[in-house]
Design a protein around this ligand. Structure first.
Ligand SMILES: [Mn+2]
Length: 321
């Protein structure tokens, strides 16, 4: 059933033992939203546990400070920023299938796997929704909670640079700053600072950039060999996703990365009317209008070809020479 934020808040307030789930391969929004909710609900006396099937990257550790991960049999299982139950990771998917009572999310591609779904596809981040939910229940927003949410708000909008950014995004960001979010350090960490190994990977990735469809599409491909040569690894590769779309005139930017099993994951970023989620949906992936992803099988050339076919269809539909 589709529900609104007020109803989602009621469901949370009516449960005393709540398990919050973040998606595998976690990002700032799923973790920032889940931990903010955890801090606020703990302060209201609830027993809360945040679970993620993958290790937490060290930049997100601050979110978990002061959070007691209670052991209990949950009365409510809530998935936060998780569009598809598959995104919880294989093991968690099996474990929680049919048991998720609430989902709070902003992906238009949400698969409606939960009993109650609070979905706002126009919200730039789930963190914006959680901020409003916390306001709704008059929850305390500490500087740490504000920092968790500010991380979600900024990372899902590329620091307010993506087309999903709205006036509300800036308003909520300003409110979070007033509440004590550590804005300077969060922006430095997620948008400025890079490791030397990442800089080396970025150089190799830029070298791999190829253009298609009269330079309207740019593709970079990160291979396992590049990780070895740069000293980098999968944990840093997400930050490359926006690179191809930064080139002037490019409408569709693709970052492909080789997985350990030899298959490829593609991140698709688009401008204007070109729908990244439509491209990825046809390849069994999903996401948003401007940012989406999918997994591609086969050799590198097969993977690129199947993606280019879908991109061409989408470009042809919107671009008239
Ligand atoms: Mn999100």
């Amino acid at each position: 059933m589709r529900i609104d934020l007020r109803e989602a808040a009621e469901i949370l307030l009516n449960s005393d033992k709540i398990l919050l789930l973040s998606h595998a391969h976690p990002d700032g929004d799923t973790l920032g939203s889940a931990t903010a909710l955890a801090h606020a609900l703990s302060a209201k006396g609830k027993k809360i546990r945040v679970e993620c099937s993958d290790p937490i990257p060290k930049d997100f550790n601050f979110m978990f400070e002061n959070l007691v991960n209670d052991e209990f049999e949950p009365e409510l299982i809530a998935a936060i920023d998780v569009a598809d139950i598959k995104l919880l990771g294989k093991e968690s998917e099996g474990k929680y299938q049919g048991r998720i009572g609430l989902c709070i999310d902003h992906h238009g591609s949400n698969m409606m796997y939960a009993d109650n779904v609070c979905l706002e596809p126009d919200s730039a981040s789930t963190a914006e929704m959680i901020y409003l939910l916390l306001k709704e229940i008059d929850a305390e927003i500490t500087p740490q909670t504000a920092s968790c949410l500010f991380t979600g708000v900024t990372t899902d909008t590329g620091c307010m640079r993506f087309s999903n950014t709205t006036a509300r995004t800036f308003e909520i960001a300003a409110e979070l700053a007033k509440l004590g979010a550590d804005t300077y350090n969060i922006i430095q960490t997620f948008f400025e600072t890079k490791t030397k190994t990442f800089a080396a990977l970025e150089r190799l990735a830029l070298d791999s950039m190829r253009f298609y469809f009269s330079d309207r599409c740019a593709v970079i491909c990160v291979t396992q060999d590049m990780y070895k040569r740069s000293g980098s690894d999968e944990s840093e590769v997400d930050r490359l996703s926006n690179l191809p779309r930064q080139i002037e005139g490019v409408l569709v930017g693709v970052t492909m990365r080789e997985l350990k099993d030899g298959n490829f994951k593609a991140s698709v970023r688009t401008h204007g009317d070109i729908d990244a989620s439509a491209i990825c949906k046809r390849l069994s992936g999903g996401g948003h209008m401007g940012a989406a992803g999918c997994t591609l099988y086969g050799t590198k050339q097969q993977a690129i070809n199947s993606l280019l076919k879908e991109i061409q269809a989408e470009i042809d539909a919107f671009v008239i020479d």
